[in-house]
Design a binder for this molecule. Structure first.
Ligand SMILES: Cc1cc2nc3c(=O)[nH]c(=O)nc-3n(C[C@H](O)[C@H](O)[C@H](O)COP(=O)(O)OP(=O)(O)OC[C@H]3O[C@@H](n4cnc5c(N)ncnc54)[C@H](O)[C@@H]3O)c2cc1C
Length: 272
């Protein structure tokens, strides 16, 4: 078994250098904890950096410092992306650069290009295996997020569909006829950008997020998206199918065949 040197023994190991990993690491610093490290499989803010190019934050960056309130998109006390970026709705790439700047400012100890493959607890300490080394920690904070682990098996045929986490840019997608399954923030974001390039879009959702009156932002669409849905090109090119859960997707003769639970079937010709 590999021996673990003193430089690889930590009070805390944080896994993931995204919003949560960077934010919690600054909180560790503020709490006086110095012996920690962040393990990041790519670079700081990697998930944000891989959003579709056109996608922006729905939550606005707007600091109201006169009453000491932080920007909605802040991840640490005294930090506001509105100041560093001077943008109200940052893109993923902009927010990633903000996170890199914050990590640099706080001199956070990050090991980039380091993927965690396994965590075990053989005794009172955790053992963290990466491809090149083994670290030991009294505490582990898992901050590896969900974006890089999309659920790709929601219904029969979902493996034939393209998940939004794999789209580099909506403008560059081939085809002019799109079916979007899911009409919440990501689905409406995709519909907005595709329709802005004159593509036909049909959006299916098992509920009706664009008419939900809940004040819970994890249920009802943001005002940012509702505003976008009123754009002329959105109204012209996007057809909405609320309360229509999708049962399955098939590829028939080079076309997608999407079947809803109510028996309706629609076709579209785009291939991923
Ligand atoms: C399209 C989209 C729009 C969004 N808009 C908003 C918004 O407007 N406002 C808002 O507040 N939130 C928004 N969110 C949600 C927000 O992005 C997430 O809540 C946030 O990114 C979660 O941060 P995280 O640090 O948990 O995960 P991530 O940002 O995904 O960070 C996880 C990090 O862990 C690393 N990692 C993963 N696995 C490993 C491993 N095995 N070993 C080492 N490192 C690993 C990754 O490289 C990554 O850097 C949006 C999300 C998406 C996808």
């Amino acid at each position: 078994m590999k021996t673990i040197g003193n430089k690889d023994r930590f009070d805390v190991v944080v896994i993931g250098g995204g919003a949560a990993g960077v934010g919690v690491s600054i909180a560790l610093r503020h709490a006086g904890i110095e012996n920690f490290t962040i393990l990041e499989r790519a670079t700081i803010g990697a998930s944000f950096a891989s959003w579709p190019a056109e996608t922006r934050f729905i939550t606005p960056s707007f600091p109201t410092n006169s009453i000491g309130m932080l920007d909605l998109n802040s991840i640490a006390i005294g930090v506001s992306p509105a100041f560093s970026l001077e943008v109200e709705h940052p893109t993923g790439a902009e927010y990633a650069s903000h996170l890199r700047g914050v990590a640099h400012f706080f001199e956070l100890p990050v090991r980039q290009e380091t993927t965690v493959h396994r965590i075990t607890k053989p005794d009172s300490n955790f053992r963290i295996d990466t491809e090149d080394e083994t670290l030991q920690a009294k505490h582990v904070i898992w901050a590896a997020g969900e974006f890089q682990y999309p659920q790709l098996s929601g219904f029969p045929g979902s493996e034939l569909c393209r998940h939004t986490a794999t789209v580099p840019s909506y403008e560059d997608l081939d085809g002019d006829d799109f079916i979007i399954i899911g009409g919440y923030e990501s689905g409406i974001d995709a519909a907005y950008h595709l329709s802005s390039h004159d593509r036909r879009v049909r959006v299916f959702d098992k509920n009706c997020p664009w008419e939900d009156e809940s004040s819970d932002p994890s249920v009802a669409l943001s005002t940012y998206s509702l505003e976008r849905m009123r754009e002329e090109w959105f109204e012209e090119h996007v057809e909405l199918f609320p309360h229509t859960p999708i049962e399955s997707v098939k590829m028939v003769g080079g076309q997608y065949e999407v079947k809803a639970l109510d028996g309706r079937t629609v076709q579209a010709s785009y291939r991923p």
